[in-house]
Design a protein around this ligand. Structure first.
Ligand SMILES: [Zn+2]
Length: 255
């Protein structure tokens, strides 16, 4: 724990004295949530709204809500798609901790402990309200074949313009711990989304890819603390999640 604390202090110093790859990069929309960085059971975004888009299951369902900024961006993306002759349908957005528990329990009983489709409760970034699972109108419902449909191709090539990323990329399963999900779109803001799209990155890779100086700083710490780089990154990301759980702004770390 002493080492972890030291790592956080050191990286805080490193980051506050170096510039990130772009201005204003750190904000609440950059949070990394995964099995190593879980949200608390009581974390609920305080500005959930229902985007004005076409839904697979219309009505006042929890899954039809999103964080407000992400919701507005989703509306623009659906509109942009329409102008290109593509119709998108929203399937599943915000997911409470309780609902994650139910879904995980179902997946466990159906597929066993090693399935990579459904996250542990608290480990689904759907809980942030920054995610929407989308499909097209051609009948491909949340399957990997969606990636090959006109809608899936449009989303992969254009969603960054609206601040979204395809969060679980093909070929990055060993990094994300999640199967390829061409339908799962995560809002991170236009700048970071474009950065991820251009460099073909998933969020787990960002900490040490964005900034050469920071990269060197982390590598220095790796030697000094005799910890591997993955552990250091996990500590930093955990700290970000902690701050969200505490309800404080997390603008210390520049992902
Ligand atoms: Zn999803």
């Amino acid at each position: 724990m002493g080492k972890k604390f030291l790592a956080i202090i050191l990286l805080t110093l490193t980051l506050t004295t170096t510039s990130s790859y772009a201005n204003n990069i750190c904000n609440n929309y950059h949070i990394v949530v995964n099995k190593d960085n879980r949200l608390s059971a009581d974390y609920v975004p305080d500005n959930l709204v229902m985007p004005n888009v076409e839904f697979y299951s219309p009505g006042d369902h929890e899954k039809n809500y999103m964080e407000e900024t992400a919701a507005r961006a989703l509306e623009q993306m659906f509109e942009g798609a329409k102008q290109d002759g593509i119709t998108l349908v929203a399937v599943s957005g915000y997911r409470s901790y309780n609902r994650q528990e139910v879904l995980y329990g179902n997946a466990l009983s159906q597929h066993g402990d090693h399935q990579m489709c459904v996250a542990h409760a608290g480990a689904s970034e759907h809980q942030t309200g920054l995610v929407m699972d989308v499909v097209g109108t051609s009948g491909h419902l949340l399957t990997q074949s969606f990636g090959g449909t006109p809608e899936g191709i449009w989303v992969a090539e254009n969603c960054h313009k609206y601040g979204f990323i395809v969060r679980y990329l093909e070929g990055k399963e060993h990094i994300t711990g999640v199967i390829y999900e061409p339908w799962h779109l995560r809002y991170v803001g236009e700048e970071l989304a474009t950065y991820c799209y251009t460099n073909h990155l998933v969020m787990e890779e960002l900490v040490y890819c964005c900034d050469e100086e920071k990269n060197n700083g982390i590598r220095g710490m790796e030697e000094e603390l005799n910890m591997n780089i993955r552990d250091i990154i996990n500590i930093l990301q955990f700290n970000v999640v902690e701050q969200v759980n505490n309800g404080t702004l997390f603008n210390v770390f520049k992902l």
